[in-house]
Design a protein around this ligand. Structure first.
Ligand code: 8DG
Ligand code: MG
Length: 338
């Protein structure tokens, strides 16, 4: 049996954070993936808090119970399955009018037994893209996004088209599915033309995020804002605390500090990169955040966060332990022999 790493969040259970008046309830929930990549969802009883909505199975941590023990108990009680392998996926805080919760969500990708609604609740196995068709509690928006995003985010290096295609051919089918087309050497027109060719050539192999001052003109691509664009959109937002999301597709933003993270939240972006965690050759003058500060910043945001800057795939485990979605990088994932 494989047990997960000891996680770093040894904070006292159910301890209120941020000076909460209401006691924050620590809930462990599971995004369970089967060997076909489907995810299990369950319907909450009508009489329960957030009743009638779909959820990721789980429940409240009991006093003196470890997070993994709580996860295993809940999955046994609610679904009759034994979790074998799990790791943290996303950890969020949400305040309902009547309840404050910490939703500590784990990805379970190995389990034994056949899941069934052991408490009489309906359950469904669905493709990750189908999750958007179900109604979840308000707290679940970033969890659904985290469940749909991979653990790696590749950013392409500046190179000619032939080198780019050769590198993409090499990473195709090897666990890379999310890519930002960076290519800082290109002017907007040439960049758009390249984006067209790249998306045509690679079809459904990759989900692309494009850069630029205006939203992507290429269908089905996401938009990745740099921090200057993030600030500009935030300044333009129409009054109120929460602006309308400026783009209906997958929206990401590059963040380097708490202020930029709060702008990303205000604009309802889907995920962010946080950088630089360590020193990096591509931005030699930028002061690294370090792991401790990265962890502090992640704890404050209810968003999937990719850590970026001087990292390798081998940093993934540490990234998960501090609550990150995973690792982003140019050099981390680009074939070195390309
Ligand atoms: N399990 C789970 N709970 C969620 C999700 N989203 C969300 O807002 N919640 C809220 C609803 C509840 O207020 C709380 C979880 O409580 P729960 O009712 O599952 O707790 P439990 O299994 O220990 O059940 P109980 O016997 O104490 O009623 O978290 C989710 O995706 N999964
Ligand atoms: Mg429950």
């Amino acid at each position: 049996m494989c047990f997960p790493r000891i996680c770093r969040r040894n904070e006292p259970q159910n301890q209120p954070k941020y000076g909460d008046l209401m006691r924050r309830i620590h809930v462990i929930a599971a995004v369970i993936k089967n060997s076909d990549g489907q995810i299990l969802i369950a319907k909450r009883p009508d009489s329960a808090h957030q009743g009638g909505l779909w959820e990721f199975p789980g429940g409240k941590l009991e006093p003196n119970e470890s997070r993994f023990a709580a996860l295993r108990r809940e999955l046994q009680e609610e679904l009759g399955i034994e979790a074998i392998q799990a790791r943290p996926l996303i950890d969020i805080r949400h305040d309902y009018p009547d309840k404050s919760i910490r939703l500590d969500v784990w990805l379970v990708d190995r389990f034994s037994g056949t899941a069934h609604g052991a408490e009489g609740q309906p359950i469904r196995w669905v493709q990750s893209a189908e999750l958007n068709q179900f109604e979840f509690p308000a707290a679940n928006r970033p969890i659904v996004t985290a469940a749909q995003l991979p653990e790696r985010y590749l950013i392409t290096p500046d190179c000619d088209e032939q080198t780019l295609f050769r590198g993409l051919d090499q990473v195709r089918g090897k666990g890379i599915t999310l890519i930002q087309l960076r290519q800082t050497q290109l002017q907007p027109k040439a960049y758009d033309a390249l984006a067209q060719r790249v998306t045509q050539r690679y079809g459904d192999d990759f989900k692309w995020l494009l850069k630029g001052d205006v939203q992507p003109r290429v269908t089905d691509c996401g938009w990745h804002l740099n921090s200057a664009q993030l600030r500009r959109l935030w300044q333009q937002r129409a009054g109120g605390q929460k602006a309308q999301k400026p783009f209906s597709g997958l929206l990401a933003a590059s963040c380097h500090n708490a202020e930029e993270l709060s702008m990303a939240i205000a604009l309802s972006v889907d995920f962010v990169t946080l950088s630089p965690v360590q020193s990096t050759a591509s931005h030699p003058d930028a002061k690294p955040l370090g792991w401790e500060q990265a962890e502090q910043l992640i704890t404050e945001v209810n968003l999937p966060v990719y850590l970026l800057g001087g990292l390798q795939p081998s940093h993934s485990a540490r990234a998960f332990d501090i609550g990150a979605q995973g690792v982003a990088g140019i050099n981390a994932f680009w074939p070195s022999d390309n």
